[in-house]
Each structure stands twice: as structure tokens, then as C-alpha cells.
Design a protein around this ligand. Structure first.
Ligand SMILES: [Zn+2]
Length: 147
């Protein structure tokens, strides 16, 4: 059986806190089998250039778990909670805190993601323009292929 494991970078790098008791959360693995023909098989079976897996894949993804109160939260959900914890200024939230701020926090997150993707696209374009600029400046319009 092929095994793959996906953990968001932020889960590895940042600290997240439980909205019930304020304890630090740990990544908690959940495993499922992705079979050939499943809608997300293609997405998980290819990686890198031309490399792909054959057969079923044992996928491990991660939720957050609180060791103190046993609460499980998905990564996406916890990102919204984190935003609300910033607004309120404490880690421990009441259900009212969550309900009142959920929409706003979700909108803020979407906006942040959009800005990040625009910046990375701009950066890509800037690099391309520089390459073209130096190519024209060099005055050598023959194509060279380097391997
Ligand atoms: Zn907890």
C-alpha cells in the first residue's frame, strides 16, 4: 500500500490553542484509503514531474486535538478560531464569541489568502519580466537550451 501524509505548513510552524480550555493543540492524524476512481485519487497519486503512484493510497491528514479536553478541530476551522482569538484577545472563547465573530473572521481569512496569492503572482511576473529584460539587453536572440 502506498502511503502519503499531508500536513499544512502552518500546522508545523505555528502554535494553535484550544477554544474551550486554552491549551496548546497537537496535530492528530486521521487516515483514510483513497482508491483508484475516487474523485481525489488523481490529486494524491501524482507528485513531482511525471511521478505517480499505482494502486490504493493510504492518506494521512491531520486535525488538531486538545490533550486536555479531547476536542478535535479541523485545520480550516481552527484557522477561523485563531482569528477570533485575536479579536477577543484571549484563547478561551464562549460559543457567543464564536457565533458573533465567525463570519467576520472567515471573511478576513479569505481576504488574507487572496492578498497572499496576488503577491506571489506579482512576484512570479516580476521574475519573468527581469528574465526577458536581461535576455533583450544581452542582444543575443538565439535560443539556447541548458540542461
Ligand atoms: Zn481543550
Amino acid at each position: 500500500m502506498n502511503k502519503r501524509s499531508i500536513m499544512p505548513l502552518a500546522m508545523k510552524k505555528r502554535k494553535f490553542y484550544c477554544s474551550c480550555c486554552g491549551e496548546k493543540l497537537i496535530p492528530y492524524p486521521k487516515t483514510r484509503i483513497v482508491k483508484r476512481g475516487d474523485p481525489d485519487y488523481k490529486e494524491h497519486s501524482y507528485f513531482g514531474r511525471g511521478k505517480h503512484l499505482i494502486g490504493d493510497i493510504e492518506m494521512t491528514e491531520y486535525d488538531f486535538k486538545c490533550l486536555s479536553c479531547e476536542k478535535l478541530t479541523s485545520f480550516d476551522e481552527q484557522c477561523v478560531i485563531e482569528e477570533i482569538q485575536k479579536y477577543v484577545g484571549v484563547h478561551t472563547l464562549s460559543q457567543d464569541n464564536i457565533n458573533e465573530n465567525y463570519e467576520k473572521a472567515n471573511a478576513t481569512l479569505k481576504r488574507k489568502r487572496k492578498i497572499r496569492s496576488i503577491i506571489s503572482k506579482l512576484f512570479g511576473t516580476a521574475v519573468l519580466i527581469l528574465v526577458i529584460y536581461y535576455w533583450i539587453k544581452s542582444g543575443d536572440f538565439s535560443f539556447k537550451i541548458y540542461f
